[in-house]
Design a protein around this ligand. Structure first.
Ligand code: NAP
Ligand code: MG
Length: 401
């Protein structure tokens, strides 16, 4: 069989530990035999990031802007322990943070649904994609521990020196204070990324805040979304047969629990932090969660939602067998290849991506899976496979399709 040709390179960001091992297996077994894989390779493994003073991360983000589609392996975010383990020159920033900042992107997380791994919420038939605004609010706050009686004010000083001043509270005793902010630019980017992704995946978009209580702050988010929707997206949504739906955050939570799924739920930063953990754990497993960073200019970076699975890597280094789930990493590749195929008009590449996903799901549904899924599946007659043999089983299914 002739290999599928590509015209534009994918930006390939290699990573760390167990996921780096899976990365190579996936390429060798599931991609290279079928695709004349064209990638521009960036090694975001911690060693090379340290060697290049993290320049490689910046370069990979620039390449993503240039080509439009990237696929990323999980990477270590250094902490004190990693400083000694890898003898780092500096505690380099999280690559995901660096890339997100460079692309001004929003992260969309979607569970992969298979029969036999049922969500805890029994009416969830389709995936719920969570979009979290990744800038500002309580994550960039300023706090004061109020020692005793006094007046707290909110003051904005414009460039020309004029002031806007509001009393927050007249304290009669000790208490606490918090100042938070966001910017029109960031909220606009978030809104556009959400509208674009809804169109791209032909799913309804839900957005919720607490605008009844936060009449200026949260209401501003609602207004920006509504304004952009009416100006730029309303027509396109109608054509695509999808809906933009705004409601209060508590109403959204109640509706999500009763819904069938199949929509995108856009959340402010804090709501997204909390709700994404709820949605992902209710769907079963972090190893079955895909993640894509979408920039408002329409650049895509695909990855798995989980980390480098450090514990499994140390077992692997000791020569012990591992049963690490590669599904989300396989879907990162299929997502990126599909998008590359769509952008370049290579139908065969799109079809291959579909087939690879189908093969992965069918393999699990036939009872062949890694240990993490075997522990939670409702399927009987399960065969637990090691990391390599699971990928080989997917290859077998792929060849049978
Ligand atoms: P993790 O890699 O997500 O793994 C945490 C635990 O979840 C594992 O020990 C394992 O449980 C289970 N797990 C996660 N993915 C799995 C998979 N594919 N197959 C089977 N089990 C899986 O998180 P971590 O160990 O806390 O973090 C390790 C490193 O990843 C850190 O250095 C962190 O900075 C980095 N990280 C990177 C990203 C990213 O690049 N996007 C995201 C998060 C974390 P058991 O041990 O019980 O089997
Ligand atoms: Mg969290």
């Amino acid at each position: 069989m002739e290999k599928i040709k590509m015209t534009t390179p994918l930006v390939e960001m290699d990573g760390d530990e167990m996921t780096r091992i899976l990365w190579k297996m996936i390429k060798d077994e599931l991609l290279l035999p079928y695709i004349d894989l064209k990638t521009e390779y960036y090694d975001l493994g911690l060693e090379y990031r340290n060697e290049t003073n993290d320049q490689v991360t910046i370069d990979s983000a620039e390449a993503t802007k240039k080509y439009g589609v990237a696929v990323k392996c999980a990477t270590i975010t250094p902490n004190a322990a990693r400083m000694t383990e890898y003898q780092l020159k500096e505690m380099w920033k999280s690559p995901n943070g660096t890339i997100r900042a460079a692309l001004d992107g929003t992260v969309f997380r979607t569970p992969i649904i298979v029969k036999g791994i049922e969500p805890c919420v029994k009416n969830w038939e389709k995936p719920i994609t969570l979009a979290r605004h990744a800038y500002g609010d309580v994550y960039k706050n300023t706090e004061i521990k109020v020692p005793g009686a006094g007046k707290a004010e909110l003051v904005f000083t414009a460039k020309d020196g004029t002031e806007i001043r509001e009393t927050i509270h007249q304290f009669r005793g000790a208490g606490i204070l918090q100042g938070i902010h966001n910017t029109d630019e960031s909220i606009t980017s978030f809104a556009k990324a959400c509208f674009n992704y809804a169109l791209d995946t032909k799913q309804d978009l839900w957005f919720a805040t607490k605008d009844t209580i936060s009449k200026k702050y949260d209401h501003h988010f609602k207004d920006i979304f509504q304004d952009i929707y009416e100006k730029e997206y309303e027509e396109k949504f109608k054509e695509a047969g999808i809906e933009y739906f705004y409601t209060l955050i508590d109403d959204a939570v109640a509706r999500v629990m009763k819904a069938k799924g199949g929509f995108i739920w856009a959340c402010k930063n804090y709501d997204g932090d909390v709700m994404s953990d709820m949605v992902s754990s209710a769907f079963g497993s972090l190893a079955m969660m895909t993640s894509v960073l979408v920039s408002p200019s329409g650049v895509y970076e695909y990855e798995a939602a989980h980390g480098t699975v450090q514990r499994h890597y140390y077992k692997h280094l000791k020569g012990e067998e591992t049963s690490t789930n590669s599904v989300a990493t396989i879907f990162a590749w299929s997502g990126a290849l599909r998008k590359r195929g769509e952008l370049d008009g290579i139908e065969e590449l799109v079809k291959f991506a579909d087939k690879l996903e189908k093969a992965t799901i069918q393999t699990i549904e036939s009872g062949k899976m890694t240990k993490d899924l075997a522990l939670i599946t409702s399927l009987k007659d399960v065969t637990v496979l090691n990391s390599g043999n699971f990928i080989k089983a997917v290859k077998e299914t792929l060849e049978s399709l």
